[in-house]
Design a protein around this ligand. Structure first.
Ligand SMILES: Nc1ncnc2c1ncn2[C@@H]1O[C@H](COP(=O)(O)OP(=O)(O)OP(=O)(O)O)[C@@H](O)[C@H]1O
Length: 270
């Protein structure tokens, strides 16, 4: 992720389509909660096949900014574009259809479903099995379900996770849960995968495995945007690291570049 080219997004948020156009681009994104300016003018670009880290001290605005990318948080001002198209006003489910998908920690509802069912529900949602479809087009619904079932097995095999297909969410280890969360996103064939602390609760010996899985997604061309406090993970996984402090981008570059930056050291110490 790099800072935005100021000429690339016009005032209506449209981006000129050039070979250099970023897959995901934000321009001057601001989020305010009451009087708190949690995100204060974030302009970033993310290319396809790039793993981008978002780091910074507690309260820097990372999660709020990530939520604006996924559409879970409305921006107070600014623009967000995917593939050159302005998506700023789109709700999360419409962005997900366009390819911006965010991992969510499994809630208790998921604990009562098997891994297979967890993935299936994510997959059936993709093709828009609305209530109307279910009621009016049963055959179409069966086709959607059949293709989603095939996709579930594809995803489980790709992550060597067929052995957890019949385990309930509540029976999974922390690392397996994180994997299911990522696999649920994969059911939606994302272009951009947003991850908020993907390594929380993962046993140390499984972190490497999950990092490897994320690298393989990146190498297939999916853009990853990762908020992560575990800096060794950021160092290993991310091609580009953005550091936030008090809502603003205070440094950007490779991991080695940003950790040497005086402003970054001051933000972490201060
Ligand atoms: N829903 C909310 N209502 C009011 N203030 C909020 C809300 N969410 C976050 N904030 C505030 O916005 C600022 C940024 O919070 P945010 O969670 O985005 O930061 P963060 O960098 O992700 O922090 P952490 O690393 O601790 O998760 C903080 O001052 C926080 O208290």
């Amino acid at each position: 992720m790099t800072t935005a080219d100021p000429t690339s997004v016009d005032t209506a948020g449209r981006t000129a389509r050039t070979p250099q156009t970023a897959l995901l681009e934000t321009r001057d994104v601001v989020v305010t909660y009451g009087g708190v300016r949690a995100v204060d003018g974030m302009s970033l670009r993310v290319r396809a096949g790039e793993a981008v880290g978002l780091i910074g001290p507690n309260g820097a605005g990372k999660s709020s900014f990530l939520a604006t990318l996924g559409g879970q948080q409305r921006v107070s001002s600014g623009h967000i574009a995917l593939d050159g198209e302005d998506v700023t006003g789109l709700p999360a489910h419409r962005r997900a259809r366009l390819g911006i998908v965010r991992t969510f920690q499994m809630t208790s509802e998921f604990g009562g479903m098997t891994t297979f069912e967890n993935l299936l529900t994510a997959g059936v949602g993709v093709e828009g099995a609305s209530l109307a479809n279910v009621v009016l087009h049963r055959r179409r619904q069966r086709e959607i379900e059949q293709s989603a079932r095939a996709r579930v097995w594809e995803v489980l095999e790709r992550f060597e996770a067929t052995h957890i297909a019949d385990l309930y969410g509540r029976e999974l280890s922390g690392g397996q849960r994180r994997l299911v969360e990522i696999m649920r996103c994969l059911m939606r064939s994302p272009k951009v995968l947003l991850l908020d602390e993907p390594m929380v609760g993962v046993a140390p010996h499984l972190v490497q495995r999950l990092v490897g899985d994320l690298k393989s997604l990146r190498d297939e061309g999916i853009a990853l945007v990762i908020v992560e406090h575990a800096l060794e993970v950021v160092q290993e996984l991310c091609d580009h690291v953005n550091v936030m402090g008090l809502g603003k981008l205070i440094a950007a570059g490779t991991y080695d570049e940003v950790v040497r930056d005086a402003a970054v050291q001051a933000a972490y110490l201060g």
